[in-house]
Ligand binder design. Structure first.
Ligand code: M6R
Length: 609
């Protein structure tokens, strides 16, 4: 939700921190700041707005020397978007500076305590409380005072801390918010995700909860906040710079939409055994026996991932004949849910860090469920907290609006449903047929992408309208929800998605002359019913934009606009139908002049409840 970068080594820290912050800007872009130690002089620069504002501020003061520093890009939680609330926060008495992701839940009580001790605060943030607390407990050893402070804290944190009295030491720690240490040659780069690190080293280790790492130029030492030694596992980061750079594209969202055929081939690679007619999911092998006995699946997620999970529910019931349901993580956790014997809870998430989903998974585990992760980010908290799982393998998703992660999640959930079906009752022949159809999806998405110019023209005709409806049935009801979410989150157009049949139970009152109503009207069991809903819309003056199957000429008689997708099995159709909706949202945002990759008020990964 915010981004952290820290550096210790022999290179000048300032450009390195700025470059890292730019790569992390997708995680938060309200404001940014750096603190750099030049010898024992602590220099701090902060600015509201994008990293470019911070760069300008640094330019004005003539830049900073020093080879040890911390940086932060913020998405406001405690306190408004002001310079006073920007990180790094300081305890000036000891020259301590802190950057922090997460929320200190008991910050009010700690603040009262610190005010009693004579501390004066200049911000409204929980992070300043942490900086002051570390200062209050400082007795000549930064690592010790950080640990002592964290023992007093409840909540979530990833922090990086420096102190002018210890100009060769960087201390970082984590609980509930991701942080990793990149191990270079005589230097260390710490980041809240790998994209901040990858330009400098591919060797890194993620911190576990309650881990504290003391880093000097000579090496590092990891222990828990209670001083128990920890031996971290340094791993190879599996992606390269190209994946997190724009290349020829204008926006990450567009790049990620167009990447879908390629990355979905990677999602499928090595997981389909055409000869045996089965799905091979290595991450589930050790739980295969328990999985087969499962009586019920609960899929939990938020946002776009929830829409993918809804499609997963249909797939598990339809293909594998297993009872399945979908829950918002945020609601599930606090509802006192009943977990019966042989329940599998599946967390679906791009980041693997979404707090609402993570908490729901942990709650379900505590109540005896087996847990699976359908996650993109390798080594993320969800990937580590679950009993087993399947990675999406769609590569880093930088655009705040999730696109390739959605199709990756639906692809993995399709494989999971077929895996279950095959182990329970499906014959190798039937499964092989389904897998062949699934394998053909990336090529079909490529064909949908060829219609980008047409999607843009259609979008241009309606982009001035402020209220849109997205309607679908069956497998494409979640697709309608996803189309509406995409449009609203980046173009700020009000859009609602719902089952097509639900429209006449109230929302039809909204339809007036010229209102754009997007129907997912591909060929399938409910096609004729969708046609009826289209007729109902037309007779109230709505303008129908239909996503329909190639070769369907009937649809041109009832819809003003048609966006075609190739013919496919109904259960695979969301993978194609969502693509024109992603493109439409992208073009609407560009045409309205919005910052597509950094929509207002939104952060890429929501790591607070
Ligand atoms: O990282 P996750 O997939 O768990 O994120 C869940 C949602 O926060 C995310 O999908 C959000 O809805 C995106 N803004 C959608 O584009």
């Amino acid at each position: 939700m915010c981004g952290i970068i820290a550096y210790i080594g022999s290179r000048t820290a300032e450009p390195l921190l700025l470059e890292g912050l730019k790569r992390l800007e997708y995680r938060g872009y309200d404001s940014a700041g750096v603190a750099i130690l030049d010898g024992d002089s602590l220099q701090v620069a902060r600015a509201v707005g994008r990293i470019i504002e911070l760069e300008d501020r640094l330019g004005e003061i003539g830049g900073m020397g020093g080879t040890l520093g911390i940086g932060h890009t913020r998405w406001a939680t405690h306190g408004g978007v002001t310079e006073a609330n920007c990180h790094p926060h300081r305890d000036d008495a000891n020259g301590i500076a802190v950057v922090h992701n997460g929320i200190i839940e008991n910050y009010a009580a700690l603040r009262t305590y610190l005010v009693g001790k004579g501390h004066a605060f200049s911000s409204e943030t929980d992070t300043e409380v942490l900086a002051m607390l570390i200062g209050e407990l400082y007795e000549g050893d930064l690592e010790e005072s950080v640990k002592a402070a964290l023992r007093e804290v409840t909540g979530a944190y990833a922090i990086a801390v420096i102190c002018a009295r210890e100009p060769d030491t960087l201390v970082v720690a984590r609980k509930g918010s991701p942080l990793m240490v990149g191990v270079g040659n005589g230097e260390y780069v710490v980041g809240s995700d790998a994209s901040a690190i990858i330009a400098h080293t591919t060797q890194a280790f993620p911190l576990d909860d309650y881990n504290v790492v003391r880093i000097t130029r000579e090496g590092f030492r990891t222990s828990t906040i209670d001083d128990a030694p920890v031996t971290p596992q340094v791993m190879q980061l599996e992606f390269d710079l190209e994946q997190i750079e724009l290349g020829a594209f204008s926006h990450f969202m567009l790049k990620e939409i167009f990447e879908q055929p390629k990355v979905l081939r990677t999602t499928l690679r090595g997981r389909i055994d055409h000869n045996e007619g089965r799905v091979v999911l290595g991450g589930l092998t050790s739980f295969a026996k328990e999985l087969v006995k499962a009586r019920r699946f609960i899929l939990t997620a938020q946002g776009t991932a929830l829409h993918a999970a809804m499609i997963g529910e249909y797939l598990l019931e339809d293909l594998a004949k297993i009872s399945a349901e979908v829950e918002y993580g945020s609601e599930f956790r606090y509802r006192n849910p009943i977990i019966e014997d042989r329940t599998v809870v599946v967390g679906v998430s791009q980041s693997g860090e979404t707090a609402d989903t993570l908490c729901a998974l942990i709650e379900a585990k505590d109540r005896g469920a087996m847990s699976l992760g359908v996650v993109n980010v390798v080594g993320s908290t969800m990937a580590r907290e679950t009993d087993a799982g399947v990675y999406l393998r769609v590569g880093p998703e930088i655009g705040v609006a999730s696109t390739k992660a959605f199709t990756g999640q639906v692809t993995v959930l399709t494989m999971l449903a077929l895996y279950m079906a095959r182990r329970r009752f499906m014959s190798p022949d039937v499964c092989a047929r389904c897998l062949k159809q699934l394998d053909a999806i990336p090529d079909k998405i490529e064909r949908v992408l060829e219609s980008d110019g047409h999607v843009r023209e259609v979008t241009e005709r309606y982009v001035g309208r402020d209220n849109w409806l997205f309607l679908g049935r069956g497998y494409n009801y979640p697709t309608a929800l996803e189309g509406a979410l995409k449009l609203k989150e980046i173009s700020y157009i009000h859009a609602e998605g719902m089952p097509a049949a639900e429209m006449k139970h109230g929302p039809i009152a909204l339809i007036d002359e010229g209102m754009p109503v997007v129907f997912i009207a591909n060929q399938g069991r409910q096609y004729n019913k969708v046609l009826s809903n289209i007729a109902e819309t037309r007779s109230r003056g709505g303008h129908v934009i239909a996503v329909a199957t190639e070769g369907d000429t009937e649809i041109t008689k009832v819809a003003q606009e048609v966006l075609y997708i190739p013919e496919c099995e109904e259960y695979l159709s969301p993978l194609l139908a969502v693509v024109p909706l992603q493109l439409m949202a992208f073009h609407a945002a560009v045409l309205r002049g919005h910052d597509v990759d950094k929509p207002r008020n939104l952060a890429k990964s929501v790591t607070v409840e």
